[in-house]
Design a protein around this ligand. Sequence first.
Ligand code: ATP
Ligand code: FE
Length: 338
Amino acid sequence: IYILGIESSCDDTSAAVICNGKILSNVVANQEIHTKYGGVVPELASRAHQQNIVPVIQQAIQQANIDKKDLNAIAFTRGPGLMGSLLVGTSFAKSLSLALDIPLIAVNHMQGHVLAHFIEEENQQIPPFPFICLTISGGHTQIVKITNHFNMEVLGETLDDAVGEAFDKSAKILGLPYPGGPLIDKYAQLGNPKAFKFTKPRVNDLNFSFSGLKTGILYFIQKKVKENSNFIQENLNDICASIQHTIVEILFEKLKKTVQQTGIKHIAIAGGVSANSEIRKVLKGTEEKFGWKTYIPKFEYTTDNAAMIAIVGYLKYLENNFSEESTSATARLKVSEN
Ligand code: ATP
Ligand code: FE
């Protein structure tokens, strides 16, 4: 079974071909244009998707070494995301499915981040049900309990900013370009995580909050820069390491609480921020420390990609779960909604 996956929910245009659970190609076109604006500009994202989508899909089919007539279905991201961006992928998927006369499969982007763990890779363990997934991305921070491929329950989530935003906004305060998350990760590797202390939020249950942390970082930096205008340059590695350390502590306190409450010790991470080297290291360490079994996605399946959409497409195909031609894109969609 060959399935084409199309992803266009935010600022990356991506297409992938999957064959029975194995990825044959996964092409991602990043949109450089947003860097100079310090964030994603929706109108520009939509326009760039329109320019990229045909070559990206062509490349994905070519790299998979198949003909488009070999495809059995087309999976596309229906939501959540930016409406203008989602519409480009959705319309294209619909026309292609009509042209090739093959079924259409609508995919929930957040389920895609989680179910990327079901892509068959060498030396990759597939998590058994039930498992917990900490989904950390540019727009979401969620602790999800997965009892079946399409049965997901949010146990906790952020009440304000997502953890990706916390990384990116902190980076912006430090004068780093967008998206700053990967840069904080890079500089942090050379810094002392205990150099500076930031107040952690107090949030009930398994929920998170990151907006207070961001404000705390902003005030701290403003104060220090007033005293010494070279403060950031002189301490960049230590600042980044301290910010990252604080964020990682917040995440793992809640994960520990989740394991205590649910008794589930199979723990996965997903989403763009799961690319973070410290989060990966700390999670791996819990295997020995607490006896957890952990699942860390391959780097290319962390930030937005169509491979994760294609695997969901395949899993739905196996259940004959197809979508109507009238299915529409939706900016808001919960991970629990199919
Ligand atoms: P959503 O999936 O919630 O709709 P999104 O698709 O925009 O949001 P992703 O592409 O999954 O988000 O993730 C992007 C985020 O991941 C950005 O905030 C980016 O800074 C962050 N990120 C990527 N790599 C790293 C890293 N190594 N360390 C920290 N953050 C990172
Ligand atoms: Fe995403």
